[in-house]
Each structure stands twice: as C-alpha cells, then as structure tokens.
Design a protein around this ligand. Sequence first.
Ligand code: AMP
Length: 249
Amino acid sequence: MKILVPVKRVVDYNVKIRVKADGTGVDLANVKMSMNPFDEIAVEEALRLKEAGKATEVVVVSIGPAQAQETIRTALAMGADRGILVQVDGIVEPLAVAKILKAVAAEEAPGLVILGKQAIDDDCNQTGQMLAALTGWGQGTFASKVELDGEAVNVTREVDGGLQTVRLTLPAIVTTDLRLNEPRYASLPNIMKAKKKPLETKSAADYGVDTAPRLKVVKTAEPKGRVAGVRVASATDLVMKLKTEAGVL
Ligand code: AMP
C-alpha cells in the first residue's frame, strides 16, 4: 500500500512574524522557511507504517514555488521514497491544493493520504477536509493514533475534552495532531542519499487545476501589545477593579 503525504513549505515556526507596512500580508523577505510541523508528523507516521511492514512506499507532494523542492528533500532525507513538486508561484488556497491532491491521488492510487491538520502560515485547517469531500473518501482528522487494520484504518481523534476513535475504509484521509508522534531528524548520510531520490516536477495545468485565488485578504494586523499590569492593595480593590474597570463581575 502506498501512502501519499502532502508537505507544505511555510515560515519556520521559530520566526517572529512581521506584518508588512501596508497590511497586505506578512513579510517573507529573508525569512527562514521549513516544512510545516504537522506535515513532519505526517511524514513520520507514514514512515513508521512502512517500517512496520504495513505500507510499501511513501510519496511526498508539495505544491509551491521551486524552493519547495527543499521541503520535499527534507522529507526524502527523513526516509520518504520519492517526491512530486507541483510548481505554482504565489498563494495557493486550500481548495486549489485539494483539487491538485485529488488529481495526484487519482494517478498514484494511495491507500492512505496523511496531511497535517493545519498549515501554520495560513492556519486554514481546510485542505484535508476538502480533499475528503472531493474524493468521497472517509476522513479521520486531528489524529493522535493511527492503526491500519486490513482494509480499514482506526483513527483516534483529539476532540474537546477527550478522544474519539473512528474506523475508515481505505482509501482514507488522515490529518495529524501534535501528539501523534515525534518526528525524527534526518541523519547526514540520509540527507546525502536523499539528493539521489526521484523528484518529479509538474505544473497545476498538468492536473487541469486553476489556482487563481478565490478570496482576497482585506487586512492583516499584528495582535495588540499587552498593557502593563497593576498591583492592587487589597482583595476589595481587586473586586472593585474587576467590577468597574474590567467589567467581568
Ligand atoms: P491548511 O488547510 O492550509 O491548514 O493545510 C492543512 C494541510 O494540508 C497541511 O498540513 C499540508 O499537509 C496540506 N497542504 C496545504 N497546503 C499545501 C501545499 N501548498 N502543498 C502541500 N501540502 C499542502
């Protein structure tokens, strides 16, 4: 069984984001980019399933600029078998990504597609769900445990206040949550080996998908800075402030 893992190139999670002066988005000039952290977890899970003898091949796919090749190479260095770059410049919204992934899935016929639950740049949390809708496959979102069981997969999901386990017939779609696993680091020899692994480049047109944005970002703003706290003299003062200033009592 083949596993398809979509990996997105995003601003590294350690970078302190700056909003552009005109509010049209965030400043990407000279900013470190990395694989979306939830996608690292997705790659790790696919590799563990392959190592357990439950999958035969792990294929990673990224939709983005030429530099997204680096993201694919990172996944190959972790242990994925081959990569597909669907080269698109500029912003690609989740619907266009999902349409491309549907076409890739039609060609590759994976048993499982494992995505991140969310890309940390756009925070959309939409692509896996849209892909499930477009393919008609079952989806197990926010997975904290994935167990393949014959022609089905049991997915334990992190839901408010607890866990829920769903059983999906393959092919199926899983999106990863933080607690699913701890992704491995690529070793130097594996980074070298990854340079020789196959990486195919395609365009959105190859899959007949129009990637033109369907929405316009009206405004991007930084969160308001925190104001300094005050020390109150007594519990009575505190209650008064909560009543009169904070308006929470
Ligand atoms: P989102 O719906 O944008 O929050 O993204 C959820 C997940 O979809 C990500 O964690 C990736 O697994 C996948 N994804 C989103 N955009 C892309 C992209 N441009 N290329 C590859 N995978 C993507």
